[in-house]
Design a protein. Structure first.
Length: 736
């Protein structure tokens, strides 16, 4: 299975799996521990089985009494959680009913992430979202994540239970240093939802149920996540929060299917949309599930800082990194390069980010009365000196520039003065927030936005400010807990509809509405949702992919009057444009408590239709209030990845066997994975060739001895689609 990971943007696990990071930019490499090293250690594993899992449990217990079956799963998957020595676990291979084996705790960290990040001083406190009298009392919220700090004073009052799907025990604690790369993510997420101490979450009296599905470094498998979801359902949670995901943009990935099933059974599933923005088509599973209430990240304010040189007309973007002295220079300053023999009085000093000399040079600049320091990055690799610099008390502004701009400053700084320009932008979608739509079902994602930048919450032994859609999702989970307490008779669909109907539609700097594939229905407004008189279900209008020259598609929209007064509903008729012709419902009136389903019909003519994605907003008047409904359709000419999610790993039990997985968005005549030397790009050979590939997940085994190549490679995935189109994608590949 593809790994699920918390932290942002796309990064590849060269040795094992591909993941998406939902928090802060990082690059990890993991490897599977050798079979010999693990042979006599007790291990935890989840195995998928065919038939009744209870019957399979009895068979295994009878034949292998040395193995302990900790958990049986029968709702979202057929599987058993087993503990035992590796030598005993290997014997399970003889059973034909075992469909898959998913080991736990088999990853060891080889590189550390770049934890250096800077945050604006505008800290977001989760409790600010909830300005109501409700607290989420009596509502059970399951946090599917890295576990939590069970002893945190702000969480232990509300913690009610959970399970550890990594160690397979009853204590879902965060990973500590003794166990591997430590984690903090689940504690941060739980605090946003229901901290109740010095810090208060959105729903401070909600009950927290924690499920550790992600182990050291915040890494886990799809099976662990699904198993955690099933355990949460059996514990009777009302809401699940999944601040995790992968890179597969498709609605039928296993975790997405699990979200669908959990939703059918009455659980409100809130999912982070991902941190792979700002490109389109970057939302990943399980946020891709139609039933998932997926959440993008809202950024209240962003300062863009530039050094401006008027003679050349050059604007140099700066990243301010010193909280103690923000970059707010009130006059023009000359810029000089660092020289130990010079003084820097009233000057901006430019230094390289050399790890050995950086901190010393910054303090020398301070001693020599510099007005500010600019650090030129020489590459994008992690630099521990930058982290150490953040720990110092620096009395002057410190900023970063990239290598290209730094070299320009070195070349043209002589006898020039530089002006500081600060542009302030408000009400933004965070650039890292993943964009939709979803492939195959072409749905608008995210459903809604919530605060995801500069969010203060709990972490083990304290508090921390973090960014990510991982932080946005629990805001909504807490809001849904408030809604469930305040509106106990409302269904999940009605609660979601209230949040979507009353969300604030965000505009760009030119006053134009930000497109639906970026903001969904807009920014959450909990107080407005509680006051909603009319709920609009299925209000995110998805008209699918247009392939014929003339097509007509309808989508039903449900209006529900939850007030005690009549409500008049009127659609504003749109003028036909760009090959789009809407047929909208006539004006109608809803009586108190009445529900009405009306069709919205779209007719398209591809001769006039613009290429790519088509989206916009339809205006509905509810009495005298305007509600804008987002719509989207996909022209057949739009481009998105046709093959994704390629991963390769050593088999958990079989020696000299690789297992691979990939996800085809469309049917293909063939898919080839080619290997190239990473430095010279010289072709090495083909790793894999598949013929007549149907859309969906494909996984199988490769014999290690059949592959003569070893080491790190530049991978090129080439697919010939059924329509004759050739597409190709890159992926780092490691063959141990």
């Amino acid at each position: 299975m593809l790994a699920l990971k918390i932290l942002p943007r796309l990064s590849f696990m060269f040795i094992v799996l591909v993941f998406i990071c939902l928090n802060q930019e990082a690059s990890y490499i993991y490897t599977v521990t050798s079979a010999a090293a693990q042979q006599e250690k007790e291990r935890a594993m989840i195995i998928e089985v065919s038939g009744s899992p209870y019957e399979r449990k009895r068979q295994i217990e009878k034949e292998f009494p040395q193995l302990t079956i900790v958990q049986t799963f029968d709702t979202l998957l057929n599987a058993l959680a087993i503990k035992g020595k590796w030598s005993e676990l290997r014997k399970l291979e003889r059973f034909d009913f075992i469909l898959g084996m998913h080991p736990v705790q088999t990853y060891t960290t080889l590189t550390r992430p770049n934890l250096f990040s800077t945050l604006d001083p505008n800290i977001i406190f989760p409790e600010k979202l909830n300005q109501t009298r409700f607290t989420g009392k009596g509502i059970k919220v399951g946090v599917i994540d890295t576990g939590i700090d069970l002893n945190h004073p702000d969480l232990k009052r509300n913690y009610r239970g959970g399970f550890d799907l990594v160690d397979l025990d009853e204590e879902p604690m965060e990973t500590t240093k003794d166990e591997g790369m430590p984690t903090t993510h689940g504690t941060h997420v739980a605090g946003i939802i229901a901290a109740n101490g010095h810090l208060r979450g959105v729903a401070p009296n909600a009950e927290i149920y924690a499920y550790r599905a992600l182990g050291p470094g915040g890494v886990g498998t799809s099976i662990q996540v699904i198993a955690a979801m099933e355990r949460a359902m059996k514990d009777g949670v009302d809401i699940m929060n999944l601040s995790l995901g992968n890179t597969v943009n498709g609605p039928d990935y296993p975790t997405s299917k699990a979200v669908q099933e959990a939703s059918k059974r009455g659980v409100a599933v809130i999912v982070a949309n991902g941190n792979s923005g700002p490109e389109t088509w970057t939302v990943g599973a399980p946020a891709t599930a139609k039933a998932a209430f997926s959440v993008g990240a809202y950024e209240a304010m962003r300062e863009e800082i530039f050094l401006y040189e008027p003679e050349k007309g050059r604007h140099i973007p700066i990243r301010s990194i010193n909280r103690n002295a923000p970059w707010k220079l009130d006059r023009d300053y000359p810029l000089v390069t660092f020289d130990e023999e010079k003084t820097f009085t009233a000057s901006i000093v430019l230094v390289d980010d050399d790890e050995k000399t950086l901190i010393d040079r910054v303090f020398q600049a301070i001693e020599k009365e510099a007005a500010a320091v600019i650090i030129k990055r020489t590459n994008d690799k992690p630099n521990p000196a930058l982290n150490r610099l953040l720990e110092q008390e620096i009395p002057i502004p410190i900023g970063l520039v990239n290598k290209k701009d730094g070299e320009w400053l070195e070349k043209y700084h002589q006898d020039r003065y530089f002006k500081t320009i600060v542009n302030v932008k408000k009400d933004l979608v965070a650039p890292f927030s993943s964009r939709g739509p979803v492939t195959i079902n072409w749905a608008i994602k995210p459903n809604i936005l919530a605060p995801g930048v500069n969010v203060l919450s709990t972490v083990p032994n304290g508090y921390q400010v973090l960014n990510g859609t991982s932080m946005a999702s629990p805001h909504v989970a807490g809001a849904v807990a408030i809604m469930k307490e305040a509106k106990p008779k409302w269904t999940n669909a009605q609660i979601f509809a209230a949040l979507e109907t009353t969300a604030l539609r965000l505009e760009d700097e030119e006053g134009k509405l930000i497109p639906p594939h970026i903001q969904g229905s807009g920014l959450i407004r909990l107080d407005k949702a509680l006051e909603a008189d009319v709920l609009i279900e299925n209000g995110l209008l998805t008209f699918g992919k247009i392939s014929d020259y003339i097509e007509e598609v309808s989508q039903d929209v449900i209006f529900h009057n939850v007030s005690k007064e009549n409500k008049k509903i009127s659609f504003r008729h749109e003028e036909s444009k760009n090959g789009l012709y809407f047929t909208l419902p006539q004006t109608f009136t809803l009586k108190p408590g009445e529900k009405k389903t009306v069709p919205v019909t779209l007719k398209t003519n591809r001769l006039f239709l613009q290429t790519g994605m088509q989206e916009g907003w339809l205006s509905v008047e509810v009495d005298h209030d305007e509600v804008l409904l987002p719509y989207i359709l996909i022209n057949v000419t739009d481009s998105y990845k046709k093959v994704t999610g390629f991963s390769l790993r050593l088999h958990p039990l079989k020696e000299d066997v690789y297992t691979y997985e990939l996800y085809a968005i469309e049917d293909a005549k063939s898919i080839v994975v080619q290997l190239f030397e990473p430095d010279t790009l010289v072709y090495v050979g083909d790793l894999l060739r598949l013929e007549n590939v149907e859309k969906g997940i494909h996984e199988d085994e490769l014999q290690r001895n059949d592959i003569e190549y070893r080491g790190s490679f530049y991978g090129l995935i080439i697919a010939e689609l059924d329509n004759g189109e050739i597409v190709q994608y890159e992926a780092p590949i490691y063959l141990p």
